[in-house]
Design a binder for this molecule. Structure first.
Ligand SMILES: NC(=O)c1ccc[n+]([C@@H]2O[C@H](COP(=O)([O-])OP(=O)(O)OC[C@H]3O[C@@H](n4cnc5c(N)ncnc54)[C@H](O)[C@@H]3O)[C@@H](O)[C@H]2O)c1
Length: 256
């Protein structure tokens, strides 16, 4: 018995990193997964791994900052599987080294559209179908920068703060439909995004100020560890979890 047997899940940002690990795990646990990303090559890799393990997967090339693309992802899921229970909004982009003074309006709009507007759009099109099956879960990946931050992260911090607030709001609006909605706050996770950040800082993952040591608070997690948190939240085991930000940060934000 898989923990998501009979469920249909859309996962965005599944070509690599946390989204890829989550898609593979959700499929292993019995879900039919629809993966959506701008990167078809990475998505093929994710899909190939799932199919090798006899899982069910459908790939949709989509830019989640565009309404039309989000609508197509949901339509593809309905055409392929006929029902929908779970959406995991994982796609996101980093934006480092810019204040409100230095960032251009175009760059601000791009980051907010990919990280925040995508949650609105995917949810808008998915909710009628999740309601129709009697409920489900929407998981929105945010960031520690919604709560505590450093210099030069204006658009990223604003977008992720928005994800936390919007998730709480959606939880209230759709509780009557038995749709649980939550934001997830990962700490540092060893993905291409974190490695690119280390490169930009001219440093290595180990010297970013986080720790790989499992005995340290705020250590770097693997994408699979985050995927397990998402799996639990998507499953019926988390039936009383909704509205709240879920900290899966290995204790990062509790550090002084
Ligand atoms: N890695 C970390 O340390 C960390 C920490 C906190 C939060 N997060 C958040 O977790 C999520 C996943 O991060 P990751 O580290 O796996 O990143 P990643 O860069 O490794 O993967 C992100 C994926 O999103 C896809 N994507 C980007 N823009 C897209 C768009 N417009 N439409 C569709 N797909 C798009 C990329 O192609 C990629 O496959 C992001 O929302 C990120 O902000 C990551």
């Amino acid at each position: 018995m898989g923990r998501l047997d009979g469920r249909v899940a859309i996962l965005t940002g599944a070509a690599r990193g946390i989204g890829q690990a989550a898609a593979i795990l959700f499929a292993r646990e019995g879900a039919r997964v629809v993966i959506a990303d701008t990167d078809p090559v990475g998505m093929h890799e994710t899909a190939a791994t799932i199919r090798t393990r006899n899982g069910w997967v459908r790939e949709v090339v989509a830019d989640v900052s565009r309404a039309e693309d989000c609508r197509e992802v949901v339509e593809a899921a309905m055409e392929w599987a006929g029902r929908l229970h779970i959406v995991a909004n994982i796609a996101g982009v980093g934006q480092f080294g810019a204040t409100v003074e230095s960032i251009s309006e175009e760059e601000w709009d791009r980051v907010l559209a990919i990280n925040l507007k995508s949650v609105f759009l995917m949810s808008k099109y998915a909710i009628p179908h999740i309601r129709a099956v009697g409920g489900g879960a929407i998981l929105n990946v945010a960031s520690p920068h919604a709560f505590a931050t450093g210099e030069g992260l204006a658009a990223y911090a604003a977008s992720k703060g928005g994800v936390v607030a919007l998730s709480r709001q959606m939880a209230h609006d759709f509780a009557k439909d038995h749709i649980r909605v939550m934001s997830i706050i990962p700490g540092p996770v060893d993905t291409p995004m974190l490695r690119a950040h280390a490169e930009r800082m001219n440093t290595t993952l180990d010297d970013l100020g986080f720790y790989a040591d499992p005995g340290k608070m705020g250590r770097i997690a693997t994408p699979t560890e985050l995927a397990h948190t998402l799996l639990w939240l998507a499953s019926d085991e988390a039936s009383v979890v909704t509205g709240a930000p879920i900290f899966a940060d290995a204790g990062l934000l509790s550090r002084l």
